[in-house]
Write a protein that binds this ligand. Structure first.
Ligand code: FCB
Length: 468
């Protein structure tokens, strides 16, 4: 289909363009020639059109309606209206010179009841999206679950129910049957720690349950099991495709080089990182996490072979590190970090990405890695010249890509990097808080106009120069 043409004016800023070209030359010395540069989004954060073409309610629609749950009472009802404006968004991706785009599929559009009847109109949307991307030479990297569970399934227990894991496999089969002739890269889940602990342990994400570790462990186990079922569905429907899972990883740094703080950091790593890495990559839960092990469902041992079946790549989302000190009983406590800080309060710590990737390479049998998300939230503003000069984000991207290059020099198998995010969007419980603008492209909240930021222009120039 024809897409609107979009002007990306990086060459209007010669110094920035030159810097991008020099940086690309530097990256070429360390990154593989076929390194994939992309950008990422997720369905609920950008699509809007929540009641259109047969889409059913998701747990995020329901959660956003709870007073006080989301900043300012915001929701993804309209979001970036990507459902209607996707041709323009694809034109922007094309103009940047990117050849890869990671997005997610909304389960409530495909199987509104969670299981059973398939909604063809939902599939049609993603069919058009995939065709439009391929038409301009952009490879789709498709995530099957980025948190928007059909509410109908939540009403039947959601991730507390083993059945949800089984029907996730059926949903995966439906999607891959339709798109698998064109989509070569599949990601089953995005950040299972967030879905389980934030959604079921602490209640700050949908479905808003505050059931502590007991709830989180149960939900996490069924999510991991559903990853296993989805992998089987992908293997059956698209045997040639590459498939994996995206896990959010936080390197844990002990506050002091003491035995107590090192032990606490190891426990924090067990709960946050190894709890997901070990089952997927080793087929076992970490033995030292005894308190969590006791909370697993009875079926856990029998489920592990399915969860630990081979994947083709691991997706890594990296945002920041954690600094850990020991509490009086050895429990891990977050200690203050040193900065520098972004507007949204996150510490900027690029070397954490190198450390994370290197550690994965050393500790786990991983053939291939993609950094499937990395980015930062700032309160970006339109300057008097009508443009967004977000040099802080350019610097962030540069530092983190340099960390990836350093990891590659240490032999870590990193095949690609996806900047979060293509455009400013609905940042979950933070809503549209101005400090949470993560985009390479600015989105005006009233008109929904897209304006490329200078970081997006710079990133595009880096990517194009890298290839030339
Ligand atoms: C990650 C999420 C993504 C986005 C970024 C900022 O945890 O996967 O959807 O919200 O954080």
């Amino acid at each position: 289909m024809a897409v609107t043409s979009v002007d990306i004016h990086v060459t209007d800023e010669p110094a920035l363009a030159e810097h991008a070209r020099d940086f690309a030359a530097e990256l070429k010395e360390s990154l593989p020639k076929d390194f994939v540069f992309g950008t990422a989004t997720s369905a609920y954060q950008i699509e809007g059109a929540v009641r259109e073409d047969g889409r059913s309610e998701s747990i995020w629609d329901r959660f956003c309606a709870v007073p006080g749950a989301v900043f300012n009472g915001d929701s993804g009802e309209i979001a970036c209206d990507h459902y209607h404006r996707y041709p323009e968004d694809i034109a922007i991706i094309q103009a940047m010179g990117l050849r890869a785009y990671r997005f997610s599929i909304a389960w409530p559009r495909i199987i509104p009841n969670g299981d059973g009847v398939v909604n063809e109109r939902g599939l049609d949307f993603y069919d058009r999206l995939v065709d439009s991307l391929l038409h301009v030479g952009v490879q789709p990297y498709v995530t099957l679950f980025h948190w928007d569970l059909p509410q109908a399934l939540q009403d039947r227990g959601g991730w507390y129910s083993r059945d949800t894991a089984v029907v996730f496999g059926d949903y995966a089969r439906v999607v891959v049957d339709r798109l698998g002739d064109r989509v070569r890269h599949w990601i089953t889940h995005n950040e299972p720690w967030c879905s389980s602990w934030l959604g079921h342990g602490y209640g700050v994400h949908a479905p808003g349950l505050k059931d502590g570790d007991a709830g989180a462990v149960k939900a996490a186990h069924h999510i991991l099991l559903s990853h296993g079922y989805a992998m089987e569905a992908i293997r059956a429907a698209a045997p040639e495709a590459d498939a994996g899972i995206t896990i959010d990883l936080y390197p844990m740094f002990p506050l002091h080089d003491s035995e107590a703080d090192r032990g606490a950091a190891r426990r924090a790593d067990g709960q946050r990182n190894r709890w997901f890495l070990d089952p997927v990559l080793r087929g076992s839960y970490p033995e030292d996490m005894t308190a969590l092990l006791e909370l697993l469902p009875d079926s856990a041992q029998d489920d592990l072979p399915r969860i630990g079946a081979p994947i083709d790549f691991l997706g890594v989302n990296y945002y920041e590190r954690q600094v850990i000190r020991s509490g009086p009983h050895g429990e891990p406590l977050q200690a203050p970090k040193e900065g520098p800080w972004a507007d949204n309060g996150r510490e900027i710590f690029p070397d954490g990405l190198r450390v994370t990737v290197k550690r994965l390479h050393e500790d786990y049998p991983i053939k291939k890695l993609y950094v499937t998300e990395n980015g930062i939230g700032y309160h970006d503003v339109i300057g008097p010249d009508g443009r967004i000069h977000d040099s802080h984000r350019t610097q962030f991207l540069e530092q983190h890509l340099r960390a990836v290059a350093a990891a590659c020099r240490e032999d870590a198998p990193v095949s690609g990097y996806f900047a979060w995010s293509l455009m400013d969007n609905f940042e979950w419980s933070k809503g549209y808080d101005e400090r949470e603008r993560y985009g390479l492209v600015y989105v005006d909240r009233s008109s929904l106009e897209r304006i490329p930021k200078s970081s997006g222009e710079w990133y595009g120039e880096v990517v194009r120069s890298f290839r030339s």
